[in-house]
Design a protein around this ligand. Structure first.
Ligand SMILES: *Cc1c(COP(=O)(O)O)cnc(C)c1O
Length: 405
C-alpha cells in the first residue's frame, strides 16, 4: 500500500524537500534525539493516544464545532463561509492541542520541568496551563517589550504558577525570547524539555507539533460533511509559525480539490520592517535551528518584523509551510492591519464572535475570496483563537463602528 503524505513527510532527518533539518549545538544533539525517540514510541502507544483523547475531550473541550457564518456569508454575497472554532479551546486558542501532548511527552521522559518562549503570551499561557494540569514546573521566556504590551497574559502565566523570564537583548520580542529559552534549556536539558510554540525549530518539533495539531483537520473533515455532504472547496488559515494552518491543512493535503490558503500579515505595507510576510517576501536561510524561508535585513540577519497580531510577527516560518508553498500545494494570501481590524469588527457584529487579531487575518482574506466565488462554493476558516486579549488594544486605536452609547 502507498504510504500517506503525513507518513512520508518529513523524511528521517526532518526534511520537507530542502526545508527543515536540525542545526543545533553539539550539546543539544542528545536531548533532541531523546525527544525524537520518545515521540516515535509514544505516537504508536495506545496508552498515550488514550490519555491525549481523554484530556482533549474532558478538559480541553474537544471536539470544537464548525459554525456556519450565515450573516457574514450574506454580507459577502458569495461563497458560503464556515468557521472551525478553535477559539473555543480552553485558554482560547489552538495552542493547547500541542501543549497538552508536549507535557505528556515530558512526563514520559521523566522530566520535571518545561521551558518555552512566548510572543503574545498565548503559548506561555497554554503551556503554563498544561504544566499545572500535569504537575510540572514551567519556565517561560518573553521579550521585555512583549511583557509590557501583553500584561494580562504575563499575569495569567504567573497565576498559573509559571516563572516568566524577560529577554532583554536586541528588539526584546519573540525572536529574542526563543534565543533566551534555548540558552536556558542547554543548561537544564537533564531535568527539562523545550516545548516549542509552533511548527518551527529543529527536527522533530515541526513534525511533532503538526501531528498534535492535525486533530483540527481530521475533526473538520468529518464535521464538514454534517453541513455540506462534501469536502470544503477552500480552507483558509493565518500563518505565523504555521501551526494552526498545518493543523487544519494536514487532513486535506491529498485532497486535490481542496484549495489551501495560508494568510500572512502584511502589517503596514511591503517595506522590510513593516510586515511579517516571510513566505511572500523572504528567502532561504537558517534560524533557530532549522532551514526555511525567512525575512532578512541587508546584512542577511533576521529582519525586524511587524504585525498588529503579536502571535504572527515572526521573521521565519515552519519548514513544511515553505515546502508546501514551493511545490504549489498551498497558496499564500496577504492581509493588512486595517483589513484585519475590519474583519475583527465584522465577525463580532455579524456573528457574535470576537476573533483573535491573528485569526482576523484569515477571516479578512476569506471575505475577499468569498466575494470572488459563486454561492455554491464553500470556504472553511480555521478560527485559531478568541480576541479577548486584543479588545483594549483595538478599541483604543480603532473606534468601534456603529457604536451605540
Ligand atoms: C499563536 C497564535 C497564532 C500563530 O501561530 P501559528 O503557529 O501560525 O498558528 C495564530 N492565532 C492565534 C490565536 C495564536 O494564539
Amino acid at each position: 500500500m502507498n504510504k500517506s503524505y503525513l507518513e512520508t513527510h518529513p523524511d528521517e532527518n526532518g526534511y520537507f524537500g530542502k526545508f527543515g533539518g536540525s542545526f543545533i549545538p553539539p550539546m543539544l544533539e542528545r536531548p533532541f534525539a531523546d525527544i525524537k525517540n520518545a515521540y516515535e514510541e509514544l505516537k504508536n502507544s495506545p496508552a498515550f493516544i488514550e490519555e491525549l483523547k481523554y484530556v482533549r475531550k474532558h478538559y480541553q473541550g474537544r471536539p470544537t464545532p464548525i459554525s456556519f457564518a450565515k450573516n457574514l456569508t450574506q454580507y459577502c454575497d458569495g461563497a458560503k463561509i464556515y468557521l472551525k472554532r478553535e477559539d473555543l479551546n480552553h485558554t482560547g486558542a489552538h495552542k493547547l492541542n500541542h501543549c497538552m501532548a508536549e507535557v505528556i511527552l515530558a512526563k514520559y521522559l521523566g522530566k520535571t520541568k518545561v521551558i518555552a518562549e512566548t510572543g503574545a503570551g498565548q503559548h506561555g499561557v497554554a503551556l503554563a496551563t498544561a504544566a499545572a494540569y500535569f504537575g510540572l514546573e514551567c519556565e517561560i521566556h518573553m521579550g521585555e517589550v512583549d511583557i509590557v504590551k501583553e500584561h494580562p497574559n504575563v499575569v495569567r502565566m504567573k497565576i498559573l504558577g509559571a516563572k516568566v523570564i524577560p529577554a532583554t537583548h536586541g528588539l526584546k520580542t519573540l525572536k529574542e525570547a526563543v534565543d533566551s529559552a534555548f540558552e536556558s534549556y542547554i543548561s537544564q536539558a537533564n531535568e527539562a524539555i523545550y516545548c516549542i510554540g509552533s511548527v518551527v525549530g529543529p527536527h522533530p518539533f515541526p513534525m511533532m507539533v503538526r501531528d498534535f495539531q492535525s486533530v483540527i483537520g481530521f475533526e473538520s473533515k468529518e464535521q464538514f460533511f454534517e453541513h455540506e455532504i462534501n469536502l470544503p472547496d477552500n480552507v483558509v488559515a493565518c500563518v505565523g509559525g504555521g501551526s494552526n494552518a498545518m493543523g487544519i491543512f494536514s487532513a486535506f493535503i491529498e485532497d486535490n480539490s481542496v484549495n489551501l490558503y495560508g494568510v500572512e500579515p502584511l502589517g503596514r505595507g511591503e517595506k522590510i520592517g513593516d510586515n511579517a510576510a516571510s513566505l511572500t517576501f523572504g528567502t532561504e536561510g537558517v534560524m533557530h535551528g532549522f532551514n526555511s524561508i525567512m525575512l532578512k535585513d541587508e546584512n542577511g540577519e533576521p529582519a525586524p518584523v511587524y504585525s498588529i497580531g503579536s502571535g504572527i510577527d515572526y521573521p521565519s516560518v515552519g519548514p513544511e509551510q515553505a515546502y508546501l508553498k514551493e511545490i504549489g500545494r498551498t497558496k499564500i494570501g496577504l492581509c493588512t492591519d486595517e483589513e484585519a481590524v475590519d474583519a475583527f469588527y465584522k465577525l463580532s457584529q455579524l456573528e457574535g464572535i470576537i476573533p483573535a487579531l491573528e485569526s482576523a487575518h484569515a477571516v479578512a482574506f476569506a471575505m475577499k475570496l468569498a466575494k470572488t466565488l459563486s454561492k455554491d462554493k464553500t470556504i472553511l476558516i480555521n478560527l485559531s483563537g478568541r480576541g479577548d486579549k486584543d479588545i483594549d488594544f483595538v478599541v483604543d486605536k480603532y473606534p468601534i463602528p456603529n457604536a451605540k452609547f
